[in-house]
Design a protein around this ligand. Structure first.
Ligand SMILES: Cc1cc2nc3c(=O)[nH]c(=O)nc-3n(C[C@H](O)[C@H](O)[C@H](O)COP(=O)(O)O)c2cc1C
Length: 195
Protein backbone atom coordinates (compact mmCIF):
# COMPACT_ATOMS: atom_id res chain seq x y z
CA UNK A 1 0.00 0.00 0.00
CA UNK A 2 1.38 3.41 -1.00
CA UNK A 3 0.41 6.62 0.77
CA UNK A 4 -0.07 9.84 -1.21
CA UNK A 5 -0.72 13.18 0.51
CA UNK A 6 -1.98 16.25 -1.34
CA UNK A 7 -0.82 19.31 0.60
CA UNK A 8 -2.50 22.43 -0.79
CA UNK A 9 -3.76 25.90 0.00
CA UNK A 10 -6.84 27.54 -1.46
CA UNK A 11 -8.04 31.03 -0.56
CA UNK A 12 -11.40 30.98 -2.36
CA UNK A 13 -11.98 27.32 -3.22
CA UNK A 14 -10.70 27.16 -6.81
CA UNK A 15 -7.45 25.37 -6.06
CA UNK A 16 -9.29 23.11 -3.58
CA UNK A 17 -11.36 21.84 -6.53
CA UNK A 18 -8.16 20.92 -8.39
CA UNK A 19 -6.75 19.30 -5.24
CA UNK A 20 -9.85 17.08 -5.19
CA UNK A 21 -9.23 16.15 -8.84
CA UNK A 22 -5.61 15.21 -8.00
CA UNK A 23 -7.01 13.16 -5.09
CA UNK A 24 -9.47 11.37 -7.40
CA UNK A 25 -6.71 10.50 -9.85
CA UNK A 26 -4.45 9.12 -7.10
CA UNK A 27 -7.35 7.21 -5.51
CA UNK A 28 -8.07 5.48 -8.84
CA UNK A 29 -4.80 3.53 -8.48
CA UNK A 30 -5.12 0.21 -6.61
CA UNK A 31 -3.29 -0.14 -3.29
CA UNK A 32 -3.10 3.63 -2.75
CA UNK A 33 -4.22 5.53 0.33
CA UNK A 34 -4.79 9.25 -0.34
CA UNK A 35 -5.12 12.17 2.08
CA UNK A 36 -5.96 15.82 1.41
CA UNK A 37 -4.23 18.29 3.74
CA UNK A 38 -5.11 22.00 3.74
CA UNK A 39 -1.78 23.49 4.75
CA UNK A 40 -3.19 26.61 6.41
CA UNK A 41 -4.91 24.44 9.04
CA UNK A 42 -2.40 21.56 9.14
CA UNK A 43 -2.63 19.57 12.39
CA UNK A 44 0.06 17.61 14.22
CA UNK A 45 -1.61 14.40 13.02
CA UNK A 46 -1.38 15.64 9.42
CA UNK A 47 2.32 16.48 9.81
CA UNK A 48 2.78 12.82 10.78
CA UNK A 49 0.83 11.77 7.67
CA UNK A 50 3.25 13.86 5.60
CA UNK A 51 6.22 12.26 7.38
CA UNK A 52 5.00 8.76 6.58
CA UNK A 53 3.81 9.42 2.99
CA UNK A 54 5.47 7.81 -0.01
CA UNK A 55 4.57 10.81 -2.18
CA UNK A 56 3.46 14.38 -1.53
CA UNK A 57 1.74 16.50 -4.19
CA UNK A 58 1.93 20.21 -3.41
CA UNK A 59 -0.63 22.70 -4.74
CA UNK A 60 -1.16 26.45 -4.53
CA UNK A 61 -2.96 29.26 -6.30
CA UNK A 62 -0.73 31.88 -7.91
CA UNK A 63 -0.75 35.07 -5.90
CA UNK A 64 1.43 37.89 -7.27
CA UNK A 65 3.38 35.50 -9.48
CA UNK A 66 4.27 32.95 -6.80
CA UNK A 67 2.73 30.55 -4.30
CA UNK A 68 0.29 32.11 -1.82
CA UNK A 69 1.76 33.47 1.42
CA UNK A 70 -0.11 30.83 3.41
CA UNK A 71 1.57 28.10 1.34
CA UNK A 72 4.92 29.82 1.95
CA UNK A 73 4.08 29.78 5.67
CA UNK A 74 3.68 25.99 5.45
CA UNK A 75 7.02 25.77 3.64
CA UNK A 76 8.69 27.67 6.46
CA UNK A 77 6.89 25.57 9.07
CA UNK A 78 8.50 22.50 7.46
CA UNK A 79 12.00 23.71 8.29
CA UNK A 80 12.43 21.26 11.19
CA UNK A 81 11.75 18.48 8.67
CA UNK A 82 14.15 20.18 6.22
CA UNK A 83 16.89 20.22 8.86
CA UNK A 84 16.52 16.52 9.58
CA UNK A 85 15.74 15.73 5.88
CA UNK A 86 12.74 13.72 7.07
CA UNK A 87 11.12 13.82 3.61
CA UNK A 88 14.25 12.84 1.64
CA UNK A 89 13.64 10.41 -1.24
CA UNK A 90 9.86 10.69 -1.11
CA UNK A 91 8.23 11.40 -4.46
CA UNK A 92 6.98 14.97 -4.96
CA UNK A 93 4.92 16.75 -7.60
CA UNK A 94 2.96 19.98 -7.93
CA UNK A 95 -0.07 21.75 -9.34
CA UNK A 96 -0.86 25.44 -9.60
CA UNK A 97 -3.87 27.52 -10.56
CA UNK A 98 -4.26 31.15 -11.57
CA UNK A 99 -6.74 33.67 -12.93
CA UNK A 100 -4.85 34.37 -16.17
CA UNK A 101 -4.03 31.68 -18.71
CA UNK A 102 -0.34 32.06 -17.88
CA UNK A 103 -0.55 34.41 -14.90
CA UNK A 104 3.13 33.63 -14.20
CA UNK A 105 2.06 30.38 -12.54
CA UNK A 106 5.14 28.57 -13.87
CA UNK A 107 7.06 30.55 -11.29
CA UNK A 108 4.80 29.19 -8.54
CA UNK A 109 5.38 25.66 -9.84
CA UNK A 110 9.13 26.28 -9.82
CA UNK A 111 8.83 27.37 -6.20
CA UNK A 112 7.10 24.06 -5.41
CA UNK A 113 9.79 22.04 -7.19
CA UNK A 114 12.60 23.96 -5.45
CA UNK A 115 10.86 23.39 -2.13
CA UNK A 116 10.78 19.65 -2.89
CA UNK A 117 14.46 19.73 -3.89
CA UNK A 118 15.40 21.45 -0.63
CA UNK A 119 13.78 18.48 1.10
CA UNK A 120 15.76 16.10 -1.20
CA UNK A 121 12.51 14.77 -2.62
CA UNK A 122 12.28 13.21 -6.11
CA UNK A 123 10.20 15.37 -8.48
CA UNK A 124 7.64 13.72 -10.78
CA UNK A 125 6.82 15.75 -13.90
CA UNK A 126 3.38 15.89 -15.52
CA UNK A 127 4.24 13.39 -18.25
CA UNK A 128 1.95 14.80 -20.93
CA UNK A 129 2.63 16.48 -24.25
CA UNK A 130 1.10 19.96 -24.56
CA UNK A 131 -2.50 20.21 -25.72
CA UNK A 132 -4.40 23.01 -27.55
CA UNK A 133 -1.36 23.80 -29.69
CA UNK A 134 -2.47 22.94 -33.23
CA UNK A 135 -5.17 24.13 -35.61
CA UNK A 136 -7.06 20.90 -34.98
CA UNK A 137 -6.58 21.06 -31.20
CA UNK A 138 -9.13 22.12 -28.62
CA UNK A 139 -9.22 23.87 -25.28
CA UNK A 140 -10.59 20.60 -23.91
CA UNK A 141 -7.28 18.84 -24.56
CA UNK A 142 -5.38 17.43 -21.59
CA UNK A 143 -2.59 19.82 -20.56
CA UNK A 144 -4.29 22.62 -22.51
CA UNK A 145 -1.94 25.17 -20.87
CA UNK A 146 1.18 23.33 -22.09
CA UNK A 147 3.23 22.84 -18.93
CA UNK A 148 5.70 20.00 -18.26
CA UNK A 149 6.82 20.60 -14.67
CA UNK A 150 3.43 19.83 -13.11
CA UNK A 151 -0.30 20.35 -13.59
CA UNK A 152 -1.48 23.87 -14.46
CA UNK A 153 -5.05 25.12 -14.13
CA UNK A 154 -6.81 28.39 -14.83
CA UNK A 155 -9.93 29.72 -13.13
CA UNK A 156 -11.97 32.57 -14.62
CA UNK A 157 -11.94 35.55 -12.31
CA UNK A 158 -15.74 35.99 -12.41
CA UNK A 159 -16.66 32.37 -11.71
CA UNK A 160 -16.56 30.10 -8.68
CA UNK A 161 -14.88 26.72 -8.16
CA UNK A 162 -17.89 24.90 -9.64
CA UNK A 163 -16.88 26.31 -13.08
CA UNK A 164 -13.46 24.63 -13.02
CA UNK A 165 -12.36 23.83 -16.58
CA UNK A 166 -12.87 20.10 -17.37
CA UNK A 167 -9.50 19.87 -19.15
CA UNK A 168 -7.71 21.24 -16.09
CA UNK A 169 -9.59 18.85 -13.80
CA UNK A 170 -8.61 15.95 -16.07
CA UNK A 171 -5.00 17.15 -16.16
CA UNK A 172 -4.92 17.28 -12.35
CA UNK A 173 -6.44 13.79 -12.19
CA UNK A 174 -3.73 12.60 -14.55
CA UNK A 175 -1.02 13.99 -12.26
CA UNK A 176 -2.54 12.31 -9.20
CA UNK A 177 -2.76 9.00 -11.04
CA UNK A 178 0.81 9.24 -12.36
CA UNK A 179 2.27 9.97 -8.94
CA UNK A 180 0.24 7.20 -7.28
CA UNK A 181 1.37 4.70 -9.96
CA UNK A 182 5.00 5.65 -9.35
CA UNK A 183 4.51 5.46 -5.57
CA UNK A 184 2.95 1.98 -5.75
CA UNK A 185 5.79 0.77 -8.01
CA UNK A 186 8.34 2.04 -5.51
CA UNK A 187 6.43 0.64 -2.54
CA UNK A 188 6.67 -2.81 -4.16
CA UNK A 189 10.49 -2.79 -4.42
CA UNK A 190 13.12 -2.36 -1.69
CA UNK A 191 14.27 1.27 -1.40
CA UNK A 192 18.06 1.65 -1.92
CA UNK A 193 20.07 2.93 1.00
CA UNK A 194 20.49 6.73 0.81
CA UNK A 195 23.90 7.88 -0.31
C1 LIG B 1 -3.66 38.30 -3.80
C2 LIG B 1 -3.93 37.68 -5.13
C3 LIG B 1 -2.94 37.69 -6.09
C4 LIG B 1 -3.16 37.08 -7.34
N1 LIG B 1 -2.16 37.07 -8.25
C5 LIG B 1 -2.34 36.45 -9.45
C6 LIG B 1 -1.28 36.36 -10.39
O1 LIG B 1 -0.14 36.76 -10.16
N2 LIG B 1 -1.56 35.79 -11.59
C7 LIG B 1 -2.80 35.33 -11.91
O2 LIG B 1 -3.01 34.89 -13.02
N3 LIG B 1 -3.81 35.33 -11.00
C8 LIG B 1 -3.60 35.88 -9.77
N4 LIG B 1 -4.59 35.88 -8.84
C9 LIG B 1 -5.84 35.14 -9.14
C10 LIG B 1 -5.86 33.75 -8.48
O3 LIG B 1 -4.72 33.01 -8.84
C11 LIG B 1 -7.12 33.01 -8.91
O4 LIG B 1 -8.27 33.75 -8.54
C12 LIG B 1 -7.20 31.62 -8.30
O5 LIG B 1 -8.27 30.92 -8.92
C13 LIG B 1 -7.46 31.67 -6.80
O6 LIG B 1 -7.46 30.36 -6.30
P1 LIG B 1 -8.07 30.04 -4.87
O7 LIG B 1 -9.57 30.26 -4.96
O8 LIG B 1 -7.74 28.61 -4.62
O9 LIG B 1 -7.42 30.96 -3.88
C14 LIG B 1 -4.41 36.49 -7.62
C15 LIG B 1 -5.41 36.48 -6.63
C16 LIG B 1 -5.17 37.06 -5.40
C17 LIG B 1 -6.25 37.00 -4.34
Amino acid sequence: MASVVIAYFSGFGHTARFAEAVRDGAASVADTEVHLVAVDTVTEEQWLLLDSADAVIFGSPTYLGDVAAKFKGFMEQSSRRWKSQTWADKLAAGFVNSGAKSGDKLHALQTLSLFAAQHSMLWVSLGLLPGWNASTASEFDLNRLGVWLGAAAQSNSDEGPEAAHPADLATCEHLGRRVAQQATHRAAVPVPVRG
